[in-house]
Design a binder for this molecule. Sequence first.
Ligand SMILES: [Zn+2]
Length: 184
Amino acid sequence: MSTQEMPPILAGIDLEEWMREALAEAEAAGLAGEMPIGAVLVVEGKIASRGHVHRERARSQLAHAEIRALLTGGELLWAHYRDAVLFTTVEPCPMCLGAAVMADVPHIVFAAHDAAAGSGRIVETVPYVRRHIKAYIGGVLEAESHAVLERFDPGLLQYIRTGCSRVDPADPLPNRAAPTAPSS
Ligand SMILES: [Zn+2]
């Protein structure tokens, strides 16, 4: 499950309990027509912030669940970042991993592995990242995350499982909705 030893802060909490909160965010994203990925930031046994993908609504490719949670962690995150745990329903992309590093959030727990981005290799091989990330744990409620992805965006599930787009296996980019002309 882990590429690193479980630090005491994670050994003492119910990872599945918090992952269910992140899955509720993923569900909310799916219902809103977004990629069904959610995140919660847990600090001192409380949810400091929540987030889910809002790319379509924000009209931004950067509007990922983890970014939203990291940006809105507020005073709890600011004061206790060393104890913060980022739960996300899909392994963080390199941008969100980088944001966690820059926010000094040292613990990342995710459900579904992402074969496309493979950020675990960054954690393992980039000394700067490895210094910051004390725990990088995947597979917590992975089947539940897969079920949410299957329900709302099977192409995305295929992509993270295989690293290949369902529409065009040679396409290295994830499936995206075709751009729509602005309504006038
Ligand atoms: Zn991301």
